[in-house]
Design a protein around this ligand. Sequence first.
Ligand code: NAD
Length: 275
Amino acid sequence: TSVPSLALNAGNRIPQLGFGVFLIKPEVTQQAVEEALEVGYRHIDTATGYGNEAEVGAAVRASGIPREEVFVTTKLKNDHHAAGDIEGAFQRSLDALDLGYIDLYLIHWPMPKNDVYVETWRTFTGFTSDGRAKSIGVSNFKIPHLQRIIDETGVTPAVNQVELHPTFQQRELRAFHEQHGIETEAWAPLGQGRYDVFSLPPIVAAAEAHGVTSAQVVLRWHVQTGLIALPKSSSKDRMRENLESAGFELTADQMAAIDDLDQNVRLAADPDDMN
Ligand code: NAD
């Protein structure tokens, strides 16, 4: 199955389905990522906070797939915002991954109560000039946070990675992203098991119509909406199932019925509340 990709504002392309490794224990991460690469993923999403960067890098190297064919994202940990430590944290991520460069480096959370994310972003803007990061972006930023970093540094993030699934579609934020050429990455694309997204009637109906699973319908909805979805699974069968969502097309009516499931209700942490 060939996964479509989007061009980021720095010019590099990002596959619209990525394999997320949050909560995959370091002992099993290398094997999980090797399996994901075997199944066909070419985009891996990790973070310093996940504690498995070294295993992600080891898997990419062991796969024998040319470096430039795999897109690897990692993220600055929340307690590394403080001025002075950002450069060190970035270098430790580069060393742990040991892949030469990072395709996309993100600020994991804005931590607005600390109010240093603008300075953090200013430091990030130096990481692309020498090629250590191909692109830089943010995660869990709300519109006022995005507006501030753009206004105060003049540099627009390539992506914003946010909670996004059928009952929380982030329409207002996505409209802002579109105006600024920021791509939207969806974490918890399958609802993170917090509600039974798989049984919602429009999703079941589309799955039956196409002879696919509900998970495939949800992931196809993300991709067809123009989002980048980061599903997580430790099972190779589900990794394959999720990747194969790229292989069919929902009708306009089926897309509209899923669009209508939006309740604009966040299920996970509000970025403004993070300490
Ligand atoms: P998810 O929506 O991918 O849900 C994962 C759950 O869905 C798991 O319990 C898994 O068993 C189940 N699942 C996966 N495929 C399935 C299938 N085909 N059928 C049935 N069940 C299936 O949510 P997530 O794991 O929280 O998010 C995915 C990725 O997003 C993470 O691995 C991480 O890379 C990223 N993430 C980022 C942030 C952030 O703050 N930036 C936060 C959370 C997650």
